[in-house]
Write a protein that binds this ligand. Structure first.
Ligand SMILES: *Cc1c(COP(=O)(O)O)cnc(C)c1O
Length: 461
């Protein structure tokens, strides 16, 4: 048997784990009340929901609905005090999203839940900016990694060739996943902090027929942003039968993705990153072209739980508000996702992307002012979701991260295997940047400045 890859992975994460000494620290919390109000209002427009929602409130007490809501809003700002979690996922969650998970147990084939699941799938179309009815959303219990499995099991067949664009750690793992299913993955690598250039991709696509090309939109190990629009245009021009697969686990919800306009075939993500929902859901948007590829398979999908032949009718039924069963979904997580998507879509997406970009620029400027460098050196390569920061010469993550923790901020250590001990990662997604009442980003910038000084860094020379 091949040696488990879980071991090196664990070693990489180990230092980070040890920092969690469960110190309870103070951080300001609040809730996007306007969004909740919109969510409740929207729920009320559906009779099924209104009955359901008011029942759930009545369960708590016999006060009027208004009173109960008011009380609930007060309770919603009641998260246990803790340091701000500013790693590239999981991110900080809004109180309303967490509250949605304390829903009483319900049947996964009962109409109220089926309605919520169906609405959630429809909201995903808006999130990915697709209006093509042939596009197909999937939500499966699992993490982002399950998205790789779904692509490898459903859209390519053993012996097929795929091209994996490498910007860091996650491309290695995606390639590894393909190999597990007997698919030949060729990696096109860029130097650390950079991305493969379009002319290199063009050359590679002309050398061999690839069934799919994969790209990591935001590489969470390096903070490198890939340019999806131009890449997709190139693929459609030089190799039109190649499916364009985007790993958007760290980008969907904070970096722009225009599924139809950019002619993407797959965008896969997970609940716990920029979408702002607890971990446990693998979320995918597939194009009509990708679904045709599934239908045209000569061999059955290489997975049972992950088979779209099993899940497609379920997703279609749910979206049509019809009860259906293949394997039990998590009603609580789906409710949390419904709540967070309702919040995200309550404002124009362009506004959300702009807010993330502005926060990111502010952080990147503060990093530069401190005399520190980013892994992603070119501005056009820099993600808005996170910043990967080289530590001053001689300083390692275990020396600085506990200091930051004492200042109520949790950053992540390095993840790119060649330089993991030389840098830290600062995630800035979701409510930490979109909720004006939160001071997470300012607190983090200040903590970084003071923390570095405390461990002896004297600033730019
Ligand atoms: C986090 C992440 C993954 C893996 O997601 P899990 O939920 O940890 O399985 C994959 N790709 C990228 C780009 C990520 O950031």
């Amino acid at each position: 048997m091949a040696p488990s890859r879980a071991l090196p992975r664990l070693n990489l994460f180990k230092d980070h784990f040890q920092l969690h000494d469960h110190t309870l620290n103070n951080t300001p919390f609040s809730t996007e009340r306007s969004s909740i109000a919109a969510f409740i209002k929207e729920s009320e427009s559906s009779p099924e929901h209104s009955r359901f929602y008011s029942t759930s409130l009545k369960l708590f007490d016999s006060k009027s609905k208004e009173e109960a809501l008011k009380e609930k809003e007060v309770k919603m700002s009641n998260q246990e005090e803790h340091a701000a979690l500013l790693i590239p996922g999981p991110i900080e969650f809004d109180d309303a999203v967490l509250q949605a998970m304390s829903h009483f147990s319900e049947s996964h084939v009962g109409q109220p839940f089926v309605n919520v699941f169906g609405e959630t799938l429809t909201m995903l179309r808006k999130l990915f900016q697709t209006e093509d009815p042939a596009s197909q959303p999937f939500i499966l219990s699992g993490s982002g990694t399950l998205g790789w499995d779904q692509v490898a099991a459903n859209l390519v067949e053993p012996g097929d060739e795929v091209l994996v664009l490498h910007t860091g750690y996650f491309a290695d793992s995606f390639a590894d996943c393909f190999e597990t299913y007997g698919i030949k993955a060729t990696q096109l690598k860029a130097p650390i902090g950079d991305r493969p250039q379009l002319d290199e991709v063009e050359k590679a696509l002309k050398e061999k027929k690839y069934k799919a090309i994969t790209v990591t939109h935001v590489d969470t190990s390096t903070g490198v942003l890939s340019e999806i629009k131009a890449l997709s245009e190139l693929v459609h021009r030089v190799s039109p039968d190649t499916l364009v697969v985007v790993d958007g686990v760290c980008s969907v919800g904070c970096e722009e993705i225009a599924f139809d306009e950019w002619k993407l075939d797959i965008v896969l993500t997970a609940s716990q990153k920029a979408i702002g929902c607890p971990a446990g859901l693998s979320i995918i948007m597939a194009s009509g072209r990708a679904m045709k590829r599934l239908k045209a398979r000569k061999t059955p999908p290489g997975s049972y739980f992950g088979s779209w032949k099993n899940w497609l009718p379920i997703m279609q039924n749910y979206e049509a508000k019809k009860p259906s069963y293949f394997a039990t979904p998590s009603p609580q997580l789906i409710r949390a996702l419904h709540t967070t998507l309702t919040q995200v879509l309550s404002k124009p997406l362009s506004e959300r992307f702009a807010v993330h970009k502005a926060a990111s620029q502010k952080i990147k400027k503060a990093v530069a002012d401190l005399g520190l460098k980013q892994l992603a050196s070119k501005p056009e390569n820099q993600a808005s979701a996170m910043t990967a920061i080289y530590l001053p010469e001689g300083l390692t993550p275990p020396q600085i991260l506990p200091t930051l923790m004492k200042k109520n901020v949790i950053f992540a250590g390095g993840l790119h295997k060649e330089i993991a001990t030389k840098y830290i990662r600062f995630g800035h997604m979701g409510v930490s940047v979109t909720d004006p009442n939160r001071k997470d980003i300012d607190v983090a910038i200040k903590a970084l400045k003071e923390g570095l000084a405390e461990v002896g860094y004297t600033g730019p020379k």
